[in-house]
Design a protein around this ligand. Structure first.
Ligand SMILES: NC(=O)c1ccc[n+]([C@@H]2O[C@H](COP(=O)([O-])OP(=O)(O)OC[C@H]3O[C@@H](n4cnc5c(N)ncnc54)[C@H](OP(=O)(O)O)[C@@H]3O)[C@@H](O)[C@H]2O)c1
Length: 267
């Protein structure tokens, strides 16, 4: 699909990769519907994009509750059906499962899996009627490679990858395409909260990530994985998981330094 003159609903637009995506989509001539919770950040971004000639609407909503998701879907559909939906919002957490609070686990599942599922579900009848469109799920390399200290985040990204794969097959022949994107480390707030990077990890600039995602959309690609080393690790993990278990032992020991004493489940 071409981004020029397309209407794009983008969640996570107030975040690092979301900001870069909004700028890239605007530069390619798309109309934007920007979602996040931070209205001030979204407002500043929209002024910048409008000054550059883009058509932008800000649709702030908290995606941790059904009410926010339904409100966003309703607002997005009120001006017509979007051509492209990009699920970029996420919650992140790092630490042993035993020391992760129940609230944090729920928040991650809600933002990273339940919100994109429910928002897609709410938009699909209109997209089907339109007979064309694309839905992009921004996952992670951690969605193909379970890393110690990232159990909850990894689990949600595995689930998101499963959602994208199943939906691609479910929507076959409908005119609606699915793209699953797996970035590696980028310099954003999310990356700032990471005590140690994954195997073979290098960092991408968010602007570069955005250009590659926009190219993948315009080429109707089914998936996009970042990093040759990361892609190799994912393959190695699928074929020889015991080898990856062994190679990650040292990293797990190093990461434990960042973990407070494990004293049982927290509530
Ligand atoms: N950065 C990396 O190194 C990296 C690596 C691999 C994959 N990724 C993936 O890339 C995507 C973007 O990451 P990022 O680094 O740009 O993240 P980020 O800077 O932390 O931004 C997260 C975005 O999600 C939004 N968000 C969080 N909770 C929300 C909620 N309950 N309701 C609505 N919006 C909510 C935030 O909105 P507010 O700020 O307005 O609350 C913000 O716009 C994510 O899916 C992430 O998993 C990132």
């Amino acid at each position: 699909m071409k981004l020029r003159s397309s209407t794009v609903l983008l969640t996570g637009a107030s975040g690092g990769i979301g900001h870069a995506l909004a700028r890239e989509f605007a530069a390619r001539g798309a109309r934007l519907l920007l979602n996040g919770r931070d209205s001030a950040r979204l407002g500043t971004l929209s002024v910048e994009l409008r000054n550059g000639g883009a058509e932008v609407n800000v649709l702030p909503a908290d995606l941790t509750g059904i009410e926010g998701i339904e409100r966003l879907a309703h607002a997005a559909l009120s001006g017509g059906t979007p051509d492209l939906v990009v699920h970029c919002a996420d919650s992140f957490s790092v630490g042993c499962l035993e020391t992760t609070s129940a609230d944090e686990i729920s928040r991650l599942w809600q933002t990273n899996v339940i919100a994109p599922s429910l928002l897609t579900r709410a938009l699909l009848p209109s997209l089907r009627k339109q007979g064309r469109g694309r839905i992009v799920f921004v996952g992670s390399i951690f969605g193909s490679l379970g890393l110690p200290m990232y159990a909850t985040y990894s689990a949600t990204k595995f689930a998101l990858r499963g959602l994208a794969e199943a939906l691609r097959r479910e929507l076959d022949g409908s005119g609606i395409g699915i793209t699953y994107v797996a970035p590696r480390c980028s310099h954003t707030q999310l990356d700032d909260r990471r005590p140690e990077r994954g195997p073979a990890a290098r960092t991408d600039k968010t602007t570069r990530v955005a250009v590659r995602i926009a190219d993948a959309i315009e080429r109707d690609r089914r998936e996009l994985y970042f990093g040759f080393g990361e892609r190799c690790f994912v393959r190695l993990n699928a074929w020889f998981p015991w080898l990856v278990d062994r190679s990650l032992r040292a990293q797990t020991r190093r990461m434990r330094k960042f973990e407070p004493a494990i004293a049982g489940p927290q509530h």
